[in-house]
Design a protein around this ligand. Structure first.
Ligand SMILES: [Fe+2]
Length: 508
């Protein structure tokens, strides 16, 4: 609302401040009544250390991975958090400097080393980060914290101890996978990743990790590439953050945010570059949609096109009467949204935060509908005949299909993001409800407090970590809402501040 003074003291800056891990779980102060059936753990990850000594991290995705856990049992709640012992963290602690280059922060060679060994490190190339601050998800019986590189980190979801670093390149031909895999009810995991193949062949690979094995072996050892999507440009794969999965299809949206591989391979290994330096936008291609079947995995060679947008999160997608319905949290235009997520931008005063958000791509929740049955003769005609949507798909003279979306939510500088659905029941199926976090000029603040992310638990509860900056006593809490009407059921307050978290999961 415009008649309210928002964020007068810039309280949101508090969620980008370093904190200490806890030696043991601390009790939370519960008000309201937590349902008796709600027994389990809310696990979340995010950045928790925003500098090493006097060396700052620059980007929202650079801080060292901190794992958080709220345990709920018999109406009582405890809170616990530990830094994940990644190589990036352990070596930074040992050497008291940033050792591994993060997404938007370059690590420089050790100034204490002599000139020869410095020269050597300089030309050895940069080590890929294992700073798994983005998400946590199960594979088989195990739990992994992840970022978007080839490294995932096995963690103990009860003690929050770090177990081991796993290099996916040992099992799969991918250069990394997203932090947003899909999981089927039997435990099969699917993910997508860029593959910079031999002789510069480029593709996006869908990988499949089987469910828990009878012989108790690690399912990752039996993972394989199921199907490949081609790249729109020879040396420039698009950045991919998530993908869609229906009962029988994979949906991959190829956006104009590109990774310049030549930059990546040359400057990356020679001068001080980080991941953010290797992105560029293609202002000509717009956005391409791709489909593949799941079983067997086969690429469908239809060319679906629409105007340029950034995409991070698929909400859901499903098949209906010969169409694929794809719901997305989009950001309009080809300018990379991550350019606006530098910590210096996010820690500015409210007026400056608003000004920056005015220049950034604008968020919009959109529904696209892709026809499966395509007839080249039907030029100029809208192929979408689903009665409940205004989304269109028109066959063009060059054989491509031009898509226009139905807008599901649009508010200037107001994003519906970090979407959640009742995943177990409705992933890949026709559904009604999606829940999300409200970003106001990139600041997560809907409902008046700083609101993190909503996680939906099976019988209709939403859980979110909320912080109250400026309040000295119990500055953070776990909020439990009714999923039906978003009324408060209970809250569990703690006596520590909780920094921003990105994603997570509920473990019953
Ligand atoms: Fe994400």
């Amino acid at each position: 609302p415009s008649n309210r003074i928002e964020h007068p003291a810039g309280g949101y800056k508090k969620i980008f401040e370093s904190c200490e891990e806890l030696a043991e779980p601390i009790p939370a102060h519960v008000s309201g009544k937590i349902p008796a059936w709600l027994t389990g753990s809310l696990l979340r990850v995010g950045p928790g250390l925003f500098e090493i000594g006097d060396e700052p991290f620059y980007h929202l995705f650079d801080g060292q991975a901190l794992m958080h856990k709220f345990d709920l049992k018999d109406g009582h709640v405890t809170y616990y958090r530990r830094f994940i012992r990644t190589d990036a963290y352990v070596r930074a602690m040992a050497e008291k400097r940033i050792v591994i280059t993060e997404f938007g922060t370059t690590a420089y060679p050790d100034p204490c080393k002599n000139i020869f060994s410095r020269f050597f490190t300089y030309f050895q190339g940069i080590e890929v980060t294992d700073n798994c601050l983005v998400n946590i998800y199960p594979i088989g019986e195990d739990f992994y914290a992840c970022t978007e590189t080839n490294y995932i980190t096995k963690v103990d979801p009860d003690t929050l101890e770090t177990i081991k670093k796993v290099d996916l390149c040992n099992y799969l031909s991918v250069n990394g996978v997203t932090a947003h895999p899909h999981t089927e009810p039997d435990g099969t995991v699917y993910n997508i990743g860029n593959c910079f193949g031999k002789n510069m062949s480029l593709a996006y690979n869908i990988v499949k990790i089987p469910p828990p094995q009878d012989d108790k072996s690690d399912p990752i050892e039996k993972s394989k590439v199921l199907v490949q999507f081609p790249s729109s440009e020879r040396f420039k794969p698009s950045y991919v953050h998530s993908f869609g999965m229906t009962e029988n299809y994979f949906v991959f949206v190829e956006t104009p945010v590109k990774i310049n591989l030549l930059k990546f391979l040359t400057s990356w290994s020679i001068r001080g570059t980080n991941y953010m330096d290797c992105f560029e936008s293609n202002d000509k291609m717009g956005t391409w949609f791709h489909l593949a079947t799941k079983n067997p995995g086969e690429y469908i060679d239809h060319k679906f096109r629409t105007s340029a947008f950034n995409l991070f999160h698929h909400i859901n997608c499903y098949e209906d009467q010969g169409f694929i319905v794809v719901d997305l949290c989009t950001w309009k235009g080809h300018d990379f949204v991550y350019n606006y997520l530098y910590l210096a931008n996010m820690r500015q005063n409210w007026e400056e935060v608003k000004k920056a958000a005015m220049r950034a791509p604008q968020p919009e929740v959109r529904r696209y509908v892709l026809p499966l049955d395509i007839n080249r003769e039907e030029q100029g005609k809208n192929l979408v005949s689903l009665p409940y949507t205004t989304a269109t798909a028109v066959m063009c003279s060059d054989g491509t299909v031009w898509l226009e979306p139905e807008v599901l939510f649009s508010g200037p500088r107001q994003a519906f993001e970090f979407p959640q659905i009742n995943y177990k029941k409705y992933c890949g199926k026709n559904y009604t409800f999606a829940y999300g976090l409200g970003l106001n000029h990139f600041v997560p603040d809907r409902v008046g407090h700083l609101l993190h992310v909503l996680i939906l638990v099976f019988s209709g509860v939403l859980m979110s970590i909320v912080v109250k900056p400026g309040v000295t006593q119990r500055p953070a809490f776990l909020l439990i809402l009714s999923a039906t009407d978003l009324t408060e059921i209970a809250r569990a307050e703690v006596d520590v501040m909780i920094p921003v978290t990105l994603h997570g999961m509920y473990k019953p």
